[in-house]
Design a protein around this ligand. Structure first.
Ligand code: CA
Ligand code: ZN
Length: 301
């Protein structure tokens, strides 16, 4: 039996002070309802944007208190399913995203979802890439608003965060205080306009606690391999840290010298951009699973 978590319980910041919406145990499956990142405020393309309450942005449903989770553990979250709402919304405007300096007004766009496609206009139906924009745990120090990513996860806007993926988060506080929101029906790497196709959704996930291992930033495993997701002031810093974290994770589990491992990473590792529009930028370093298989590396198990 899975545990239901409704949108009655949500937060605008991931924070150790947040009161848990629900207490769960390691191994539980949860079904989490989410608002879109505008808390469903935009219901029509003609809504005056000055009516939008910018304090009600990026609500994340939760937090979930995971009984076994202690500081220094890893919280393992497998995304079992994502069920999207019936329509999405996009927004861009002055100061928002890469093109914001050339915008003079805000524009919202409603995007219906029909037959597993996003209807952009009469000419263009887009394939869906359902994904979770905001997902994470209470950060180490002060609370961090849900629009900002970090070592705790948060607004990483990474398109790999989708059905079938397993995420690993550092646990900073007892109970971990896990929450998620900001689903996208589709989004490209970069999220250049500042929004994906924002949409309410229902996420099914299985949450486990891993003892005896620690990480500094979220990792993500899928059918193709393993990535580490790093958010920093600049993409350059995010990339450098992601590469080093992956190498430091792999090195003790192989018989390769640091030079050999670095060459291997240069041959098969992929530096990839998650998003360039949030207060910190998110990059990832991805390695194919055959590297893990060759050295019998079972990721955080
Ligand atoms: Ca987002
Ligand atoms: Zn979003």
């Amino acid at each position: 039996m899975s545990i239901q978590v409704s949108t009655d319980h949500f937060v605008y910041a991931m924070d150790k002070e947040n009161k848990p919406a629900v207490t769960i145990q390691s191994g539980d499956q949860v079904v989490i309802d989410t608002y879109d990142c505008f808390e469903n405020q935009i219901q029509s393309e003609t809504m005056p944007i000055d009516e939008l309450d910018w304090d009600r942005i990026n609500p994340a449903t939760g937090p979930l208190y995971v009984e076994e989770a202690e500081p220094g553990d890893i919280l393992k979250v497998h995304i079992d399913n994502i069920e999207l709402g019936e329509r999405g919304v996009m927004l861009t405007g002055p100061e928002l995203g890469v093109m914001g300096h050339r915008m003079t007004e805000f524009q919202a766009k409603i995007i219906p979802i029909q037959d597993n496609e996003a209807i952009f206009n009469e000419k263009l139906k887009l394939p869906l890439n359902p994904m979770i924009g905001v997902i994470g745990v209470a950060p180490e120090g002060e609370g961090i608003n849900c629009g900002t990513p970090g070592a705790h996860g948060g607004n990483m806007d990474t398109k790999l965060v989708t059905t079938g993926a397993t995420l690993y988060f550092p646990v900073f506080h007892k109970g971990a205080l896990f929450s998620l929101g900001d689903l996208h029906a589709a989004m490209g790497d970069g999220e250049i306009s500042v929004s994906g196709i924002e949409i309410p959704a229902k996420v099914t996930a299985t949450v486990e606690v891993v003892k005896g291992q620690s990480i500094d930033y979220p990792f993500l495993q899928n059918e193709e391999g393993l990535a580490v997701l790093v958010s920093k002031k600049t993409l350059d810093e995010a990339v450098d840290t992601a590469v080093e974290l992956m190498i430091d994770y792999l090195h003790p589990q192989t018989d390769l010298t640091l030079s050999e491992l670095t060459m291997l990473m240069s041959a098969v590792g992929q530096v990839q951009v998650s998003q360039v529009v949030d207060p910190l930028k998110t990059a990832r370093f991805f390695i194919p699973k055959n590297v893990l298989e060759a050295y019998n590396i079972n990721v955080f198990s």
